[in-house]
Design a protein around this ligand. Structure first.
Ligand code: 1CP
Length: 345
């Protein structure tokens, strides 16, 4: 029973620093590609046995200290009435994006126990196969990050439609964010009830916003989720990429862990919020293209930055890229396992 990850989330004593990687179940693993060659993405997500299999792959193959359920943040809008298509080489697409108040009104707040039953079933199957080897993380997108995809209709660089709505019709955006906050909270609660040992909120696009708009349109809705969440003891992790300008506010919403990207200095982050929350991060995912020797140096440097004692979960500052050599991912995990006991004397 490896509960290092959960103990670190709670800032309890650990013998070494736990480590997992965002997007760890994915294309950099040949074993993932073998399954993906036979089934499309949504079929994998909606088939509990397949989802469980790829969820556990990084535990078996590279030795991470936590599993994260194989799914996607965009299953929530799908369940609210916007069919999600994963288009090869383009990514997620919604054919009928949200552009007006009537579009928002037409969305249902999904009943996750019904509309997202397949996620809870995948969690059940995964928990049974893991049999306590490592904890399982459930997750959801933040309302803001989900809204960017729902309004743009796909991934975006310019955020043209969402910027227009935010500034010209903020009341419409607020209605959407409010519906999403309720749906996301219910979904996280359902995942915890199904066996998720911790949950992470992915706010990938929080860093698009100015600090003021970040608080107003992203963090306030994350607060709404976290402050009302029946978490049954499960730690809550917030990852707002590019929002290091608001660390103190993020640490104040009531989550247990704040996940930071590589632009933050972990010593500084610990100084500012380490008394309040555990800290997750923060290797630049591009550094995994370098040699295992250099990866180990970077691991040491991050461990030194955080310093002695508990409250650190080693992770990347964002998801692993699909063409990183598996040997390098393994080198990262090995380096954290070998170098970190010195920091927990
Ligand atoms: O073809 C394929 O195999 C699909 C690629 C893929 C995968 C493997 C997508 C499409 N989603 C996923 C799985 C996924 N997505 C997980 C699985 C668990 C794990 O981490 O191992 C998780 C946690 C996510 C979360 C997710 N999806 C985020 C937040 C995290 C992040 O990386 O920022 C976001 C923004 C998405 C949207 C999404 N889904 C898929 C793609 C390619 C994208 C990004 C689209 C874009 O903005 O261009």
């Amino acid at each position: 029973m490896n509960d290092l990850f959960l103990r670190a989330c709670r800032r309890q004593r650990v013998e070494r620093t736990p480590v997992w990687m965002m997007r760890q179940a994915g294309r950099y693993l040949p074993e993932y590609r073998a399954i993906r060659a036979k089934a499309d993405f949504m079929t994998m997500v909606k088939t509990p046995e397949l989802a469980a299999e790829v969820t556990i792959q990084p535990v078996d193959i590279i030795g991470v200290d936590a599993a994260i359920i194989f799914s996607d943040i965009l299953v929530v809008p799908d369940a609210m009435g916007m069919p999600l298509e994963m288009v090869e080489s383009r990514g997620p697409v919604f054919r009928a994006p949200i552009r007006s108040r009537s579009d928002v009104d037409a969305l249902n707040v999904a009943d996750p126990e019904r509309a997202l039953r397949y996620v809870m079933e995948a969690i059940g199957v995964t928990k049974r196969s893991l049999a306590g080897r490592v904890p399982l993380i459930g997750f959801a997108g933040s309302p803001w990050t989900l809204a960017t995809y729902m309004i743009e209709g796909s991934g975006s660089k310019e955020f043209k439609h969402v910027a227009r709505m935010m500034l010209d019709e903020p009341e419409v955006l607020d209605l959407l964010l409010d519906k999403l906050a309720t749906g996301v909270r219910l979904f996280l609660e359902a995942q915890i009830a199904a066996g998720a040992d911790a949950v992470q909120i992915f706010d990938t696009w929080g860093g698009f916003l100015t600090p003021d708009h970040y608080k107003r349109f992203s963090l306030d809705y994350i607060f709404k989720i976290v402050s009302n969440l029946h978490r049954d003891g499960a730690p809550v992790i917030i990852f707002s990429k590019g929002a290091n300008h608001s660390l103190i506010d993020i640490a104040g919403v009531g989550a247990d862990v704040v996940s930071v990207d590589w632009t933050a200095d972990l010593a500084e982050v610990r100084n500012r919020i380490g008394e309040k929350v555990a800290i997750q991060g923060n290797l630049n995912p591009s550094y995994l293209y370098a040699s295992p020797e250099q990866i180990r140096r970077e691991v040491r440097s991050i461990l030194r930055k955080f310093g002695n004692g508990s409250g650190h979960i080693f992770n990347l500052g964002h998801g692993i890229f699909p063409d990183v050599p598996v040997e390098h991912a393994r080198a990262l995990i090995r380096a954290v396992k070998e170098e970190s006991p010195a920091f927990h004397g």
